[in-house]
Design a protein around this ligand. Structure first.
Ligand code: KMT
Ligand code: NI
Length: 170
């Protein structure tokens, strides 16, 4: 996984958008905004994390070149969830974008073996890379509320408020 600031250069969302002259986001910067990343080297590691964090359900998602531009742009709408978004990438690659504590976009390039956990209440979006191919396992807690809430609808969201209180303390 590589994490860097996002630069809106007007190119297609599936292209890298690396902000020039900005340092990469460190693991501690990511941790400060509640973002968890781990490389899974052994299937048992995933089972341990699921036990520890209460992910009792899972399914798989495959995004490939049969997805239309319209379908892909749905994933790329800025939104939050009231629960964590947990993705274990099993094949291909993609970009998760999320907002830092200053509301700036940063981008995480994920590929096979990456587990990423976006905290409840963080604004984020997703796009596959130019290859337009990614397979991932989605992990869920019991009764998760992970319906996407687009940013314009999230202004009075209680989970958002709780998240903001957490990150602005740093
Ligand atoms: C989501 O919720 O946006 C997705 O599951 C798509 C990305 S998972 C590779
Ligand atoms: Ni999401």
């Amino acid at each position: 996984m590589k994490a860097y600031y996002y630069h809106d250069d007007g190119t297609h969302m599936t292209l890298p958008h690396i902000a020039p002259d900005r340092p990469a986001l460190t693991p501690s910067a990511l941790a400060a905004i509640g973002l968890h990343h781990q490389i899974i080297t052994d299937p048992e590691m995933l089972e341990v994390i699921c036990k520890e964090r209460g992910y009792v359900a899972r399914d798989t998602i495959l995004i490939d070149n049969k997805f239309s531009e319209a379908q892909l742009s749905k994933f790329f709408e800025e939104h939050l969830h009231e629960d964590e978004e947990v993705r274990y990438v099993t094949d291909g690659e993609g970009f998760f974008d999320a907002r830092d504590a200053n509301d700036e976009w940063f981008r995480m390039h994920v590929s096979a073996g990456d587990l990423i956990i976006l905290p409840a209440g963080i604004f984020h979006r997703f796009t596959p890379t130019e290859t337009r191919y990614i397979a991932a396992t989605r992990l869920f807690k019991d009764n998760p509320s992970w319906v996407p809430i687009n940013r314009p609808d999230a202004t009075d969201n209680e989970v958002r408020k709780i998240y903001e209180d957490k990150v602005t303390r740093h």
